[in-house]
Design a binder for this molecule. Structure first.
Ligand code: SF4
Length: 478
């Protein structure tokens, strides 16, 4: 295959086993390479947006707000103010004379109309250029209405999406520690880094309830301002997703002494390990918590494992590609694919760190391609070259998969099926099965090449069986 890689990108692509690990990452995206990444502002908005009773006002041209509106369809069990998208819609006149007056007027009108519990005001590129004083406007409106009004310093040009996560954490940290914590149980946690895209937080909260642990705040899926304000009263922060909220966890550790542990609710081992980590943390104040946790895990696995075995029969030997926002999620997905007998041949992320990639290189098989800040050209090249059966990604990766005639599983903002927890592992397996086994892919030229023996098909399970009855009778998300 001819080499389609851009010379400047070669340091950000590594093939496991071909050379010593030496991966470049955390770089600005290459101009002209059409990165799959988003901007700083988008990064901050996707983190804060699920706080459902806050006002989210984008200070900038309308395009920035449209670009990020509802891309994370975070579910709320109550208010849904977050589902509305507000923008100051800056025009040429505002760019010349400044947009502060317009911002103040927009905030006043929206707060009077919607009575939010707090407001987040996002700075976009143009605001950074014209120099509007967001801090001053927010302070003035905060004094007038008596609710927290927080500027989010997220000018799009400031760096990569990762900088947006930091801007979001700094804004949230202004809320933490501002409310009374009386009555919080000594066995209490905050759930960090989950966005409740398909109700996952409700699954995790139920597990924790069964263990006897109180959840003080969801940060940020199904989030509430008042909960974030008293989050410092929790005994422990559970941090999922390395990028989004780890900075806030570190700030809380430093300022309020709340420790954190890294967790993942995806897949079997990581879900169980996460619960055991909580039990381990609280075992001195509640010696029975370890027994309750083991019982919970045993019950869930007894129900799950026989169902997975049926799906694995068809999926054994198939090949998967993974492209996700934060690399942390990829670790769990690789393990989840192993339970289905599948091989991960390509794995990449938008914002992984050197340590993340080093770990990926350790847990993947020789020949696996690891890629940082990919673009459609590179993803297409490796999907074809590695003869992938199913691609796990987000909204921007879906068309790449379908154009290449490859099964796709949305594991990002747009998904509607809960993929976390033990039930989530089953839903994931069902979705992978339905997508990878669909007979439609047999009509692709790529498949014909495989049948004719012109493409290396590796060790694979039987092809073209179609979807078994289990796909039709899926229990679906809880
Ligand atoms: S890069 Fe700048 S102009 Fe583009 S969406 Fe982000 S903030 Fe808006």
């Amino acid at each position: 295959m001819k080499n389609e890689l851009l010379e400047e990108r070669k340091g950000q692509i590594h093939t496991v086993g071909e050379s010593p690990f030496d991966m470049a990452c955390n770089r600005e995206s290459l101009a002209g390479a059409v990165s799959q990444r988003a901007c700083v502002f988008c990064g901050s908005r996707v983190v804060l947006y699920p706080i459902a009773d806050a006002l989210h006002l984008v200070h900038g041209p309308i395009g920035c707000a449209v670009y990020t509106w509802d891309i994370r369809g975070a579910l709320s069990s109550g208010p849904e103010l977050h589902r509305l998208s507000f923008s100051t819609d800056l025009q040429e006149r505002d760019v010349i004379f400044g947009g502060e007056t317009k911002l103040e007027a927009a905030l006043v009108e929206l707060i009077e109309r919607h009575q939010p519990k707090a407001a987040f005001v996002y700075s976009t590129c143009i605001v950074g250029l014209i120099g509007d004083d967001l801090e001053a406007v927010c302070r003035k409106v905060e004094e007038r209405f008596g609710i927290p009004v927080m500027p989010v310093q997220s000018e799009g040009f400031k760096g990569s999406k990762r900088e947006g996560y930091l801007a979001a954490c700094k804004a949230m940290n202004r809320l933490v520690g501002t409310a009374d914590t009386t009555g919080i149980s000594p066995l209490s946690v905050n759930i960090f880094g989950d966005f409740n895209l398909a109700g996952e937080i409700w699954i995790i909260r139920k597990y924790l309830e069964r263990m006897g642990v109180e959840v003080v705040a969801n940060v940020t899926g199904d989030g509430r301002v008042a909960d974030v304000q008293r989050a410092h009263g929790a005994a422990l922060n559970l941090v999922q997703c390395s990028g989004a909220t780890l900075d806030l966890a570190k700030m809380m550790e430093e300022e309020h002494g709340v420790p954190h542990v890294r967790v993942s609710y995806l897949g079997i081992e990581d879900m169980a390990d996460s619960l055991y980590k909580v039990a381990e943390f609280f075992k001195d104040i509640d010696p029975d918590i370890e027994r309750r946790t083991s019982e919970l895990v045993r019950e869930e696995l007894e129900a799950l494992m026989p169902k997975l075995a049926g799906l694995r029969k068809d999926l054994e030997g198939k090949r998967a590609a993974i492209y996700v926002g934060g690399a942390f999620k990829a670790f769990s997905l690789i393990k989840a694919f192993r339970h289905l007998g599948m091989k991960v041949v390509l794995v990449g992320s938008q914002t992984g760190t050197r340590e993340d990639y080093r770990e990926l290189a350790t847990i993947t098989d020789p020949g696996t391609v690891i890629i940082d800040d990919a673009n459609p050209l590179e993803l297409s090249k490796y999907i074809k070259e590695k003869d992938v059966d199913v691609f796990v990604g987000g909204v921007k990766e879906r068309p790449i998969a379908f154009k290449l005639g490859v099964g796709f599983c949305d594991h990002n903002h747009e998904r509607k099926i809960a993929l976390e927890g033990f039930i989530g592992m089953y839903n994931f397996a069902l979705e992978i099965h339905a997508s990878a086994m669909s007979p439609v892919w047999n009509f692709m030229p790529r498949r014909r090449g495989r049948a004719e023996g012109t493409v290396d098909s590796g060790a694979r399970g039987p092809e073209g069986k179609g979807c078994p009855p289990c796909a039709a009778t899926a229990g679906g998300a809880s």
